[in-house]
Design a protein around this ligand. Sequence first.
Ligand SMILES: O=C(O)CCC(=O)C(=O)O
Ligand SMILES: [Fe+2]
Length: 380
Amino acid sequence: MATQVLTTTSPHDLPVPQILEPHQFQNLPPFPNDIPTAPLVRLSLKQLRKADSESLRLFESCKNLGFFYLDLRGDVEGEALLKEAGQLFDFAPKFYDLGAEELRKYDRQSQGSYIGYKGFGSNIVDEKGNLDRSEFYNIPKDEFLNISPNPYDHPQLIYDNKPVIVSYILHSHSLVSFILTHLNKHLRLPLETLTKLHALQSPSGDQIRLIKAPPQPPSDQQLSLGKHTDFGSVTLLFNRLGGLQILPPPSIVPDGTEPQWTFVKPLPGHCIVNLGDAMTKFTRGVLRSNIHRVVSPPGEQATQTRYSLVYFSRPNDDVPLKGLDDGGNEGVIPKWEGEGEEDGMNSKDWILLQALRLKSDNNILVEERKKLWEASGRGT
Ligand SMILES: O=C(O)CCC(=O)C(=O)O
Ligand SMILES: [Fe+2]
């Protein structure tokens, strides 16, 4: 791969400490080396800062698969994010030790909000009406940056860790903006179109999600998280254990073979980046929001509790989810060819609808759950 020679020193080239997250990988059984893994392209943040070829690889990955690895090592901001992700992985077990009874006080699903806690088994995961096998806690950007007019309350342990949470939000948002800048360029959109739709200080559904999935009994395995695409724009994901699977599009599997659910192997020093539905809508299908799900970790890893850490970036609340106007720079985003004006639900309503539509529990009859699954459109 061709790289450009740097003639100036940028702040991103400063020496960086080698801290990061080694213990969290070292203390776990290894990811098996005899199972197929998903063909995510591995990009480097450091290269992305300086090499056009890396930027092009990013664009291609976002068109072909909508998922890629990003090596954060060797970059000041990248390493800061890795360090904070490591701190949040240390925080997660302590946080979930508060127990479901305590955390349920922060479940706002019945009030029509996805902020806070989602208990074990409260979403439908498949056409049979089975329930999920994971807990979430969603921490909203707006509340922690003090731009939410009506913040909810959270467990004290969250406030005790506010500095790392705020810093993780800022670094994640900044990394997403950087990725959006590259996509903006390749989509030939007017300067800053995408970053203005994702302004840090404007209200949005951006959030951190901390996930816990305990080991499942070998004789009774269900999906930990049902198949889905993310609803927002760009998702940054940190995994220690396997369990995440993608269903690759037919275009990238060998001719004559059917796409199979395939594990994404977690890599130390990297985050997994994937695009959500908003990016597909903005680009009328040029960029891909790929389907994925979470199952029990593979091999020996199945004996472990799986934590995972997500940052969901979403368009600002008032942004309509429809094709973007390329300002006359023809050629990348196809023109709207439907009847009349293109219509788009605003981001806030879209996220809320998607986030709550599979809400359920054991008190709802299986037949009802199957209907909810069908109505969600995820069976297709
Ligand atoms: O836990 C993971 O690896 C993925 C989580 C995920 O896809 C989600 O929360 O949308
Ligand atoms: Fe997801």
